[in-house]
Write a protein that binds this ligand. Sequence first.
Ligand code: SF4
Length: 228
Amino acid sequence: MDNSYTDEIIDRLSSIYDLSILKDEFLHFENPYQILIATILSAQTTDKSVNSVTRELFFKYPGVNELADAEQTDIERIIYVTGFFHAKAKNIIATAKILKTSFNGIIPGTSELLMTLPGVGRKTALIVLENAFGIIDGIAVDTHVKRVSMRLGLTDSSDPVKIEKDLLLIFKKSHWGRINRLFIIHGRRICSAKKPLCERCIISDLCKWDKKSMDRAGIEPAASTMPR
Ligand code: SF4
């Protein structure tokens, strides 16, 4: 697969999704501590759900030191709606304790060090690196990136680790930092898991999915619309 194909995917998605004005649709944060904790909380839930709890969480626990000394039951109460609240509360307190004792309260700036923290896998590490430090060290593969990549035919694998390796090979490095958010927005708005709107999809002619449907009448192409 040459770069012209993947360039075309990025160009078309970028033409309808202006990432600079879509920030509110992703995790809200103001500093590296906040994006780290918010991303740990985002496992198995939506950014909207996380954003609904982080205002209170970061007001009450504004930094690593405060969170390290938190009562787990209080954290569980605050983050309850994000699901898996026992494990998540335990993880973010443990992460804060490690940051306080081993990293001087500073969020580390490499994926290797970030992945030593409880609740931090490669996807979380990549999101933190990009948002906190502007470091693009790979492509974060979440459920939307996985689904859109598989349907487009960019990978044969359903394993996020292998999917990332495939994407890194076929997309230019200059595009790595956009793929996660472009595919997430496209997955949320058009290429949904249950009912993809292939008729409105701006990259339908580039898509290899054999179940794509183009026969729903009366729907305008995506280029002229921004369904939410
Ligand atoms: S054509 Fe359909 S399946 Fe393919 S990327 Fe677009 S919405 Fe998804």
